[in-house]
Design a protein around this ligand. Structure first.
Ligand SMILES: [Zn+2]
Length: 320
């Protein structure tokens, strides 16, 4: 059954049952640490940073069912915002992104140290020790629009190198996140060019499309292949994309921040459209025209909530 919540969000995939993973083995609900007992990196794969982005939960479910095991180092599998995930309502699926505040805007030591009451902050504090000691982290997300999948690399070259080592998906974005707060993928050493510790965020497609689950699993297998903790043969047997197209790196130049409560785009942009000519009108903020600042301007992840203070869209240019 395909349930059309709106024009943009057919529910092809529903949340998986993750109750079997609650107990875990690390003293924290929904965290499992698989330890090879041999030296090697600590690799972490995280799902449900946003509660309604279920392709990551399906990916961890896949890894558990396929009995993934590290041959060296450690592999941590974590479900982050499980309380929001469990609040999923098929009649109103966007609202379970979070309960009190965005889990992915809390990731500085200052924010994590200063007492606050949100359930996301409490969960972030519990997960921090795992994140803080991961050598390599993959954080699995999805988008509200059916945009092509994206690797969100942050600002550091080491993450772009990681994206190139994955070789998939096609589009990589170098960006500095959000003014509203720091993402987990940018926490601590991940954003320090002097540290080898590296994180990647993958946006796999629309939240509830089948394709997003396929993208999430393929991306995760390729990430694991690069990390070298799981036997290469185990990964090779499960990869499904033989010859992905060459990757393209897009650099974000800046967000369009909304000023009025009457922002609208001139077209129904889905993301990754290329607007050929500089100075093209892409929307209106109240009476003010919003124009592209340069030729071949790429529209990255147009927003769903077009309210003052949030980004309507981020603008990027192809760098190679
Ligand atoms: Zn997300």
């Amino acid at each position: 059954m395909t349930l059309h919540v709106s024009q943009i969000a057919p529910l092809e995939v529903f949340p998986p049952d993750i109750s079997a993973y609650r107990k875990g083995n690390a003293g924290v609900d929904y965290v499992t640490v698989l330890d090879s007992g041999k030296p090697g990196p600590h690799v972490m794969i995280n799902a449900l940073t946003h509660g309604n982005e279920i392709c990551g939960a399906w990916t961890l479910d896949y890894l558990f069912r396929e009995e993934v095991r590290p041959a060296r180092g450690r592999l941590t599998l974590s479900f982050a915002n499980v309380d929001a995930f469990h609040a999923f309502d098929a009649a109103d699926p966007f609202t379970s992104r979070y309960l009190d505040e965005d889990f992915n805007r809390l990731w500085t030591d200052e924010v994590l140290a200063a007492p606050r009451s949100s359930r996301e902050w409490q969960r972030a504090r519990v997960l921090r020790p795992f994140v803080a000691e991961a050598d390599l982290l993959l954080d699995i997300h999805s988008m509200h629009l059916p945009s092509p999948p994206l690797l969100m690399c942050g600002m550091q070259e080491k993450a772009i190198a990681l994206g190139r080592a994955m070789g998939y998906p096609q589009h990589m974005v170098r960006d500095w996140g959000h003014a509203a707060g720091r993402r987990m993928r940018d926490y601590g050493a991940f954003d320090d060019p002097a540290s080898p510790r590296t994180a990647m965020l993958v946006e796999c497609g629309q939240h509830w499309e089948h394709k997003a689950v396929d993208v999430a699993i393929e991306s995760t297998l390729r990430f694991l292949r690069h990390c070298g903790v799981v036997e290469p043969d185990w990964i090779a047997e499960r990869l499904t994309v033989d010859d992905p197209p060459p990757q393209q790196l897009v650099e974000v130049s800046g967000p369009v921040t909304i000023k009025t409560d009457d922002f609208r785009f001139v077209e129904d942009y889905q993301g990754m459209e290329v607007i050929e000519r500089a100075n093209t009108v892409i929307g209106y903020d109240g009476d003010e025209e919003v124009r592209t600042p340069f030729d071949n301007c790429i529209l990255i992840m147009p927003g769903r909530q077009l309210v003052p203070g949030l980004s309507a869209v981020r603008l990027g240019r192809l760098v190679d």
